[in-house]
Design a protein around this ligand. Sequence first.
Ligand SMILES: [Zn+2]
Length: 402
Amino acid sequence: MKYCKECLYPSVSVLLNIHDDGICSGCRSHKSFLKSPDEFWKKREKKFQELLNEYKNESYYDCIVPVSGGKDSYYQTHVICKKYNLKPLLITYDGNNWLPEGEYNRNQLKNKFDIDHIMWSPSVDVLKKLNRLAFRKIGDMNWHDHCGIVTVPIIMAVKFKIPLIIWGETEWDIAGIYGPEDVVEFSNRSRHENSLRGYEWYDFIKNNEEKLTEKDFAWAKYPSDEEILSVGVRGIYIGNFFKWDGKRNAELMKEKYDWRASKKPFERTYRNFSNLDNRYSNGVSDLLKFVKFGYGRCTDHASKDIRNKHINRDKGIELVKKHDHVVSADLEHWLEYVNMSKQSFWETADKFRDPRVWTIKNKQWYKDNIWGEESAYGDVYLNDEQINEFNEKKKKLHNRKI
Ligand SMILES: [Zn+2]
């Protein structure tokens, strides 16, 4: 396995690639941002103002801001309301997994800025079914969340005839797909391929054991091209116009609006101010990323903090060693939520292990690590036939360059 020599990402990381000099595409893109002179951001700010002028509405909402109530939602709303004096309509997808501080922040957001807020909360029974189904089908119980977050605001934009949607961070930031000069807008293609992992609501109603039907997915149906064009809906990212630093945003929002981080530290990462809208994001959902690709959220957070020079790479490696592999206690919470046994969880999870990352020895899972040693990471729950199949796949991949 290759790792970026500046941040901590492994070569199997989705959308990212490591160049011949050992530096990944994300670090390259980030460095060109850091080198950009202040002039660059001044021009961008001007462009943002020009764009807003086109959409300013005298008698109605100026834009939609999709929010979870997190530090970035506060920052987006702060820029839009306080700096540009606009009236947004806040939209939230409610996946029914809030942490207490996340729920508090979400509820306080409309009051702190004195604005209107709509929340779309699908049936909890449907959500539980979809948690189980998406876990079994694609190894990701949070598919509903990825889908709701990037679908509900577009549906609302069409229904309420509000053409401008203002998102936060540029979603491709980690992998560096685009350079600083690109001003990329929200697209259904990126939504489908990246956020939804290539699956749509209709993939979950074909012969499904949970008996979900089309009527359960109103919140997941992306509007047609005709509907979008008739309103002229477009989505821009604030991260394209203002220098983005999640850690700095969190500090600023705490100070200005009493925004609250998690009191309880997370087990799978050292940050306590990210993803409070979904208790499994920093827990069992992320554990599945480790199970699949051999790295987790701590690698994400530490890589971002290395790029922004908040920590050095050695410190990042130390943090990854401590957190990335941890089986967090929220696994028990989730198993109870969806009524599943631990045995069944691991039997399913093991089917998604990437043979580029994992090796089976003595019925234990092994992988190499960024600190240069191989370690064992728990029992294999596959049966003999599945183990043979896994080893066959691994053999085929053996001579391929990762
Ligand atoms: Zn890197």
